[in-house]
Design a protein around this ligand. Structure first.
Ligand code: PDD
Length: 284
């Protein structure tokens, strides 16, 4: 299982950058005590932050669902992030966390970490994924679009499937939902399919980008409910997430999808991903 963060570099708390040694946050922050917090993970490409507007909107939406006051403008948000990365040469992961604080006043954290992209081999040879026996929390209990710090169920599922790079969750009705940290796509008879939002998944930013990319390449795309059997009958599977873009799946449980190289549509999307995002003004 991949770790999401690399070497920790600096942190911003509420209104200023603080030294690593000077991080004093109330020990009774409800974010730490009860997981009452929301977050976003962003990445940079040579000093440019990918999709800041989209992550800002999603953070705001999560904060509203949790009723955490978050009144920062997009311009301020963007400026803080650029302050955090602009003297750093390497690509970074930016983790933003808004916790409930003492219950009255939330705390905002911005962590800058070295980007831990998956090893190049994973793109060449693909990754192995498992299917969790834990189900996604039903949407009537927890809105899937809420990116919350409360992730205990993910820890349980990872412990169970430690040998896999990623684990796929089914929703409470048994349909394919998403990974613990990524969205899932399949290729069936030349069509790219992905679980619909109604299945109860996060509307991943890379998922949206990949759907747009597929359309621009004339690939037929469908959002639908996906049965587990389809994972064992489709021709290709790939995962998407901000920090890793598109990752081909080589094996799902005991089923091997390809021997040498990832399938045709997955490769086509992988090759065109960066040209597409660098060309898309709304993502910068
Ligand atoms: N999470 N689904 C889930 C459950 C996720 O946690 C994530 C990303 C995604 C992919 O979303 P995006 O394309 O916007 O990165 C889908 C990040 C990696 C995290 O937990 O830090």
């Amino acid at each position: 299982m991949q770790d999401l963060g690399g070497i920790f570099m600096r942190v911003y708390i509420n209104d200023r950058w603080v030294d690593g040694d000077d991080v004093r946050v109330s020990a009774t922050d409800r974010g730490f005590m009860y997981g009452e917090g929301v977050y976003e993970s962003l990445r940079t490409y040579t000093k440019r932050i990918f999709a800041p507007r989209q992550h800002y909107e999603r953070l705001k939406r999560s904060a509203e669902i949790m009723r955490l006051p978050f009144h920062m403008s997009f311009e301020k948000f963007r400026n803080i992030l650029y302050e955090g990365i602009n003297d750093l040469e390497q690509d970074c992961t930016i983790r933003i966390m808004l916790t409930a604080g003492d219950g009255e006043k939330p705390n905002l954290f911005v962590y800058i970490m070295e980007l831990q992209s998956p090893n190049e081999d994973l793109y060449t040879y693909g990754v192995n994924v498992g299917i969790s026996r834990y189900r996604k929390i039903p949407r009537i209990s927890l809105p899937p679009i809420l990116k919350t710090n409360s992730q205990a169920h993910l820890r349980l599922a990872r412990q169970e499937k430690e040998e896999f790079y990623e684990i796929i969750f089914l929703n409470h009705e048994g349909f394919v939902a998403e990974g613990s940290m990524s969205n899932v796509f399949l290729v069936e008879n030349g069509t790219v399919v992905t679980p619909s939002l109604e299945t109860g998944i996060l509307d991943g930013i890379t998922r949206n980008v990949v759907m747009e990319l597929a359309k621009s390449l004339g690939i037929v795309l469908e959002e639908k409910t996906i049965d587990v059997d389809e994972l064992f009958n489709c021709s290709e599977i790939f995962l998407t997430r901000t920090s890793a873009e598109i990752i081909p799946v080589k094996r799902i449980e005991n089923r091997v999808l390809f021997e040498n190289e990832p399938g045709g549509i997955t490769s086509l999307l992988m090759e065109n991903f960066r040209p597409h995002i660098f060309n898309e003004q709304s993502l910068w």
